[in-house]
Design a protein around this ligand. Structure first.
Ligand SMILES: *[C@@H]1O[C@H](CO)[C@@H](O)[C@H](O)[C@H]1NC(C)=O
Length: 184
């Protein structure tokens, strides 16, 4: 019986001793999310401006014109998400050294939630004003790129994907449920 507990506690200790990722690594993840968020905010600001300038109840031509004007900013977000995922994947594998820092798992989750909230609210604004059809061709790759980032970060902060999917469903579920469904 005693030997059993010794084995059990040795097992528990070895599990505790090998965290998925160190605090130091989490910090560079946080830096990368900060940079990504700054880029995304520039694009969402543009998207808001362009969308606000579109006429109310736009006809098909006006919808398509607005969508074409929005395209570079949607693509900008998609590219930024993809680039950040590439960098974070390398870091998650420990291929890059991280500087000292204090942003742990909870802190990283807060940053990611802010980023996702910003993207989701902006997309909702666009979809409500212009409809989904004219922007779907741009939003599908954007959401897939976001899914890639979230999956990569989920390996670092367990449960992140689940937490963030909740935000996406809450904000976008009613207007673009199919898009949210792309994130699995
Ligand atoms: C863009 O608009 C959405 C919806 O109103 C808002 O949540 C978001 O913060 C805005 N982004 C910027 C950068 O103004």
């Amino acid at each position: 019986m005693k030997a059993f507990f010794v084995i059990l506690s040795a097992l528990a200790a070895s599990v505790l001793a090998t965290p998925v990722i160190s605090e130091r690594q989490l910090e560079t993840q946080a830096d990368e999310i900060d940079k990504l968020t700054a880029v995304v905010l520039q694009h969402t600001a543009n998207i808001n401006k362009t969308t606000a300038a579109a006429p109310e109840n736009p006809d098909l031509l006006q919808q398509n014109a607005a969508a074409a004007a929005l395209a570079p900013d949607f693509q900008g977000i998609t590219n930024a998400l993809t680039a950040a995922t590439t960098i974070l994947t390398k870091r998650a594998l420990g291929l890059e050294k991280a500087p000292r820092g204090a942003c742990g798992g909870d802190c990283l989750l807060v940053k990611v939630k802010f980023l996702v909230w910003e993207i989701a609210c902006t997309l909702k604004f666009v979809i409500i004003k212009l409809g989904l059809a004219c922007v779907l061709i741009y939003l599908t790759p954007l959401i897939l790129a976001l899914a890639g980032l979230l999956k990569c970060l989920d390996k670092v902060v367990a449960g992140l994907l689940f937490a963030v999917k909740g935000i996406l469903s809450a904000v976008l579920g009613a207007v673009a449920g199919g898009l949210v469904g792309l994130i699995i």
